[in-house]
Design a protein. Structure first.
Length: 200
């Protein structure tokens, strides 16, 4: 079964499915801020435009839970990220929009044998990208500037891969959901980081 594992090998999630439900390019400030915060504590150096993958929220086994901790960048927060506190790999991210159906992870910031061949469905939050234009984005990938723009959000949610990923699965998870893992970790630590501020 496929796994998502931290860089030091202490924390591991075994998943029920080996292929992501979808993939994106994400230019949002919060993803970049979280990755830079982790890198300052020993995590991998982030890129400006990460390519997160979205897996079905169905975890067959959890190892190293004693070294996992859930964090939010600030309050109030939408995204909750689970880190290994030994190496600061990000194991996954939950967001209310995922409705417990999927969770997100960054393949470049952990170890995994998940099938990563899936093509990104879109580039989102382009208004937050820290440069003129991201390099090497295929012409056929739709680009959405601003999640707060209703037209962008509506068009994004109509992309078939994305609509299917956020829809409740016909068969409920047989194992633990990612949200269930967060609940099991106890109190969420709020970092109180200023929006868009990056650690030195």
């Amino acid at each position: 079964m496929p796994v998502i594992e931290c860089g030091c090998g202490h924390c591991k999630l075994t998943l029920a499915e080996d292929r992501p439900r979808m993939s994106l390019y994400c230019a949002c400030k919060d993803c970049r801020q979280a990755l830079k915060w982790a890198a300052k504590r020993g995590g991998k150096t982030p890129v400006d435009l990460p390519q997160p993958m979205y897996m079905r929220s169905d975890i067959s086994a959890v190892e190293g839970q004693d070294s996992m901790r859930a964090f939010q960048l600030r309050a109030p927060a939408r995204s909750t990220r689970v880190f290994c506190t030994k190496c600061y790999s990000i194991l996954g991210v939950d967001h209310p929009a995922y409705a417990g159906n999927v969770f997100m992870f960054f393949p470049d910031h952990c170890e995994t044998d998940v099938d990563l061949s899936i093509k990104p469905s879109a580039l989102i939050h382009m208004e937050s990208y820290p440069g003129a234009a991201p390099p090497d984005i295929p012409d056929d990938i739709p680009v959405y500037q601003n999640w707060d723009d209703p037209k962008d959000r509506e068009a994004y949610l109509k992309i078939p891969d994305i609509a299917a990923a956020f829809r409740a699965p016909e068969i409920p998870a047989l194992g633990q959901t990612f949200k269930g893992l967060i609940d099991a970790l106890g109190e969420i630590e709020v970092l109180n980081l200023e929006i868009g501020a990056y650690p030195d």
